[in-house]
Design a protein around this ligand. Structure first.
Ligand code: SER
Length: 254
């Protein structure tokens, strides 16, 4: 049964859930990147952890979970227009540095959303990268998602890559907020630009090393990088219209 949890409760529940799965909960890193000239501000949970993904530094544990403060400006033109974009937000994440991979990442995301938080299974739609049959099989055969709730999307939506280096397909979990939030177009569905199907969690399966010229080498020890917007999750759990209406924002505004 879905309950209305506050932002602060959701943050704690997430970190505790992944601690129970052997992760080390680390504090949010500073918004100002450390030894990373490629970013002005931290824009994702994985950004301050890059040295662990590339092997430049040894992580304190091979399983880590964080709630990272982020500033994202790449999609700033959407802020204030959609229900789901913010400039400053917190990103919940669980990370595997060459430890567990797709099976666990998928199974745990489903367990957290449906068992811990009680979200209705039939309102959740996982998307996968077009060719990623491995993820499709895990979702449908191991987790038991009906095929009509699975969506295959292309490289622009479901392949996480930045020039050269570790990269890979991803699987995003969308929540159907209902037709009242939709654009009403006959083509409306997962991946539509409107606010009906809200992407809440991105599971990145970092399984290749790219040379930046179209060549992908499979990594011997693939990684997991997941990111779930805390305010988006709260918006869904609290059944409010947009991210500015979640409890913590409201307590500042009133
Ligand atoms: N890096 C991915 C994202 O920011 C998943 O954490 O969406």
């Amino acid at each position: 049964m879905k309950k209305s949890y506050g932002v602060n409760e959701l943050r704690r529940m997430y970190l505790e859930f992944f601690e129970s799965k052997g992760h080390l909960a680390m504090k949010s890193f500073s918004l100002v990147p450390h030894n990373d000239n490629s970013l002005l501000l931290i824009n994702a949970g994985m950004a301050p952890l890059k040295p662990y993904f590339t092997g430049q530094e040894i992580p304190p544990r091979r399983r880590v979970t964080t709630c990272q403060k982020c500033i994202r400006t790449g999609d700033i033109e959407n802020v204030g227009k959609t229900a789901r974009h913010l400039t400053f937000f917190e990103m919940l994440g669980n990370f595997s540095f060459g430890d567990y991979f797709k099976h666990e990442a998928i199974a745990w995301s489903w367990e957290f959303l449906t068992k811990v938080l009680g979200l209705e299974e039939d309102r959740l739609y996982p998307s996968i990268y077009g060719e990623d049959d491995e993820a499709f099989d895990i979702w449908t055969k191991e987790v038991g998602i009906p095929e009509d709730h699975m969506v295959r999307l292309g490289k622009e939506d479901n392949f996480w890559e930045h020039g050269s280096g570790p990269c890979g397909p991803c699987s995003e979990i969308y929540f159907d907020r209902g037709p009242e939030y939709g654009c009403g177009k006959p083509t409306c569905g997962v991946g539509c630009d409107c606010d009906r199907y809200m992407e809440i969690w991105n599971l990145v399966f970092s399984q290749f090393d790219a040379d930046g010229k179209g060549h992908y080498e499979r990594l011997a020890r693939p990684n997991i990088d997941t990111g779930m917007g805390l305010e988006r999750l709260a918006c869904v759990m609290q059944g409010v219209g947009n991210l500015f209406e979640v409890d913590t924002d409201q307590s500042v505004l009133h």
